[in-house]
Design a protein around this ligand. Structure first.
Ligand code: SAH
Length: 577
């Protein structure tokens, strides 16, 4: 086994940086030293999956050049300069060096200098596309040829099973129903198709192989039967998502060993669930033995409660030997659309999480309020479709996002703060069903952003209350304010006041004031972490609701909240303060 990261340094500064890497990644880093630094570098190159060289790029290249074989087998190499300003992926950019340079940059505070073409122009390279989707690429695919066409803006066609939620692709990629002669092709297919010049074949995980086996069937018999079924139907084993069977077979040694040999997961379902799946070849003998009339065909088609069934593409076939017997069937499952619900945080770019950025770049369509879309437009990949709409169209935005996901697209539905707090997540999920995948990315909500500016007002129990009575009757809102007042909660008021709703905040504060002293701290923040941010700390007695608008969040302390050195503090526990 090769070591994950070998580090080589020649100078005191390099050795200090090497020691830093070794201390932050103790399980991965091994520092190489030898009589000559060239020997140390050569040794690290032979023994590691990646090498960090604190030598000049030129020196590193001269030493390693005679050892280079192929980018897929050579270790990734990153050089870091003497004054630690830059981390330069020198070899294997797409095979770990770019990613390692980013990690080193985070630790050493330097800048990664990425020179591989696709990253430089923010177009997804073909490898990266595979990484994003997690799909294998058919060996022999012309990544260099098609990748070059993709980057230089020449026409490239995309064909095959396009129900999969691909990320945004550059505008020179056209979807076609069948490959056009002469044009480079990116194919997404489980069909047995030899890759070659001008053709890149992605293998989506579309196939589920259902397996039934009598006790004692060997791994060889299982694999032979599966391979024969796939070959007969001209399907690629690279598109097999998993093997599926019935719960009673979850410990069948031959099945498990076969799956492990190919790296396929095994998924077993309850007999009752399989019994409800319609199949062409049910058997009463099988029903009597395991509780479902079909194992292989039903398990191949079944995708989980409420999820659409796969289409049977290879009906049940038996192993060559009858005892022990193996049965195999194959079903094709369509891609599932993907709905990412992404909170953008309160406004500042550095409060937008890296995960939110990754989801924005994973999406083919971004749906949101126009001002939020504008806030992140620079992060979207070229070719990303934008569906922006105005205030008040929440219902329609939610519907659009869900419909696009149901059509198989990769959708990001965005909202400020956290997208689940008085925002788009619930209207969207109210409409969504099991046919789509949903990914939530939490964001820093307004109350949290405001609290950090005010001090520590949320140190003990608190309530969020929206004062918007557009969709909630005022009586219900008032009941909650009363309960929060009686319960002595710190209260965060969202949507506190607008031109049309100008009396509610004063009324809310009046209710709270009946239960807590006039000197109770009140903090409010307008445009937290955005341009024009305004932070005000006052008391219930002095608070003027007219100062507040819809860009403001208001935090009213509990009877225990104090102002300490100009900061709003709610004690963590009332007994120890
Ligand atoms: N999903 C958002 C809240 C949407 S409701 C979140 O989690 O923050 C809209 C209300 O949130 C506004 O009326 C205001 O009260 C509050 N708000 C949102 N962003 C804010 C910010 N940057 N500064 C102050 N208040 C904000």
């Amino acid at each position: 086994m090769r070591h994950p990261i070998g580090v080589v340094a020649a100078t005191a500064s390099g050795r200090t940086a090497a020691a830093t890497l070794a201390s932050v990644w103790p399980k991965e880093v091994r520092v190489f030293a030898a009589d000559s630094v060239a020997d140390a570098l050569r040794e690290a190159f032979r023994a590691c999956e990646a090498v960090v060289s604190f030598l000049a790029v030129g020196a590193t290249v001269r030493i390693l050049a005679p050892l280079l074989e192929h980018k897929t087998t050579d270790p990734a190499v990153v050089c870091v300069d003497e004054s630690r300003r830059y981390a330069v992926p020198v070899l294997g950019g797409h095979h770990g060096a770019n990613a390692l340079a980013e990690r080193i940059a985070d630790v050493l505070g330097c800048t990664p200098v990425v020179t591989t073409a696709s990253d430089a122009v923010a177009v997804p390279g073909l490898d990266e596309l595979a990484d994003l989707m997690g799909w294998p690429i058919e060996p022999g695919s012309d990544l260099a040829g098609v990748g070059a066409a993709l980057l230089s803006g020449e026409p490239v066609t995309l064909s095959g099973d396009l129900t999969w939620p691909l990320p945004a692709l550059p505008p020179n990629v056209t979807r076609v129903s069948a490959p056009e002669p002469g044009l480079p092709v990116i194919a997404v297919t489980d069909e047995d198709l030899a890759a070659g010049r001008g053709l890149v074949v992605y293998r989506p995980p579309s196939l589920v192989v259902g397996v039934g086996a009598s006790r004692g069937a060997s791994a060889e018999e299982v694999l032979e039967t599966i391979d024969a079924a796939l070959a007969e139907a001209r399907l690629s084993p690279l598109s097999v998502r998993h093997l599926a069977s019935v719960d009673a077979k979850a410990d069948e040694a031959g099945l498990l060993a076969a799956a492990e040999r190919r790296g396929w997961p095994v998924v077993c379902h309850p007999a009752e669930a399989l019994a409800r799946v319609e199949t062409p070849n049910p058997s009463e003998v099988v029903r009597a033995a395991v509780g479902t009339p079909s194992v292989a065909e039903a398990a191949a088609r079944y995708a989980g409660p409420g999820r659409p069934l796969g289409e049977l593409v290879v009906p049940k076939r038996r192993s060559a030997r009858a005892n022990p017997m193996v049965t195999v069937a194959v079903a094709r499952h369509r891609g599932r659309g993907r709905l990412a619900i992404v909170g953008l945080g309160p406004g500042a770019r550095d409060l937008l999480t890296p995960r939110a950025v990754a989801e924005l770049r994973r999406a083919a369509v971004v749906v949101g309020l126009d001002q939020y879309v504008d806030q992140v437009r620079d992060l979207l990949r070229p070719g990303t479709e934008v569906v922006a709409s105005g205030l008040g169209q929440e219902e329609e935005r939610a519907r659009t996002a869900v419909e696009l996901a149901r059509a198989g697209r990769a959708v990001a539905l965005i909202g400020s703060g956290d997208a689940g707090v008085y925002a788009m997540a619930s209207p969207a999920l109210d409409l969504a069903d099991e046919a789509i995948d949903v990914v939530g990315v939490p964001g820093v909500t307004a109350a949290a952003a405001a609290a950090s500016l005010l001090g520590a007002p949320l140190g003990h129990d608190h309530a969020y209350i929206s004062l918007s009575d557009l969709h909630t009757p005022w009586a219900a809102i008032e009941r909650r304010i009363r309960a929060a007042a009686e319960g002595d909660f710190v209260v965060c008021f969202y949507n506190p006041r607008s031109r049309q709703r100008d009396w509610q905040l004063a009324r809310a504060v009046e209710i709270l004031a009946a239960h807590r002293p006039p000197k109770t701290p009140v903090g409010y923040v307008r445009n937290a972490t955005r341009e024009g941010e305004r932070v005000v700390l006052t008391t219930l007695a002095d608070f003027d609701p007219a100062e507040v608008d819809m860009y403001t969040v208001v935090l009213v302390g509990s009877s225990n909240t104090r102002i300490v050195a100009g900061r709003m503090v709610t004690p963590r526990g009332y007994r120890w303060s």
